[in-house]
Design a protein around this ligand. Structure first.
Ligand code: WAQ
Ligand code: MG
Length: 256
């Protein structure tokens, strides 16, 4: 039996009553890990750099094995760039390679770097025209209900490649789910953490890390999901928000 454990924390009241988002996390874990995970999440909520939470919502739900879809981690790649300009040009080129039209890639990038503040979720943008397709405004779409299978193994798999960042770990799981969703062509992301400038472009070709996608010190991050013009948006949102997904990493890579 697995449990879905989800936490969201805010300051100044619940999110839905205008509280400021402080932190959120979610896991899909064995019964034996629930206690530790819950403690860890509570710790995260009250000691976050964004501020101290005064509202914490914690949900623990048992889920059935047959409700869970297993998908593969994307191959991890890196590109080297010297600055943000080069990083964003590279991101554009990678998006085009993944099947996004140049105009749409430009638009998606612009939507992100013109944001007045961080969104809580992601924007859905047409991979052909670049038009925004969801109607969620600054909330965006929150991808939820996913986790990595065998977290310890995953941590050492990444450690062997010199990747220690929790940001990266969580993003790889999220990107695997996003790319597996019906109609998605590619994802573009950079963090809202002012210290964290590495972002990525993900598609079925892989999860490609780009060291400079925004200037250090900027607390504005975001995500764009580029989708085929024919994508069923409601179905896509349902999958991203609700489908239980466990991400596995291939055996061969595990042993390497
Ligand atoms: N669903 C959809 N969008 C989200 C979610 C989610 N669950 N979580 C965050 N976002 C959006 C939201 O607009 C945030 O402002 C933005 O993404 C950035 O979120 O390999 O840390 O959690 O080293 O700050 C990339 C790692 C890290 C690259 C990205 O994102 C690497 C990161 P953050
Ligand atoms: Mg963040």
């Amino acid at each position: 039996m697995l449990y879905s454990v989800r936490m969201r924390a805010a300051q100044g009241g619940p999110h839905e009553e205008g509280g400021k988002h402080i932190s959120g996390a979610e896991r899909l874990v064995d019964h034996s890990s629930v206690r530790v995970i819950v403690q860890d999440m509570l710790e995260r909520a009250v000691s976050h750099t964004r501020g101290q939470a005064d509202f914490i919502n914690l949900v623990i739900e048992r889920v059935k094995q047959d409700e869970i879809k297993r998908i593969r981690l994307l191959p991890i790649k890196h590109v080297d760039v010297c600055n943000v300009q080069e990083g964003r040009n590279t991101a554009k080129a990678l998006l085009i390679k993944a099947g996004v039209e140049p105009q749409a890639a430009d638009n998606g990038l612009k939507e992100l770097y013109c944001l007045p503040d961080s969104m809580r979720g992601a924007m859905i943008v047409c991979a052909e025209t670049g038009a925004r397709l969801d109607s969620q405004g600054m909330r965006g779409i929150r991808v939820s209900h996913m986790d990595i299978e065998n977290e310890k193994g995953f941590i050492s798999f990444l450690h062997e490649q010199g990747i220690e960042s929790l940001h990266a770990r969580e993003a790889m799981v999220l990107a695997a789910k996003v790319v597996s969703a019906p109609g998605v062509v590619a994802e573009l992301c950079w963090s809202d953490d002012p210290e964290y400038t590495t972002g990525y472009v993900a598609s079925s070709k892989g999860y490609i890390r780009i060291p400079h996608l925004k200037e250090k010190g900027s607390g504005i991050g975001g995500r764009v999901f580029f989708v085929k013009p024919a994508a069923n948006i409601l179905e896509l949102i349902r999958y991203l928000e609700k489908q239980l997904v466990l991400v596995i990493f291939p055996k061969k890579e595990r042993q390497r």
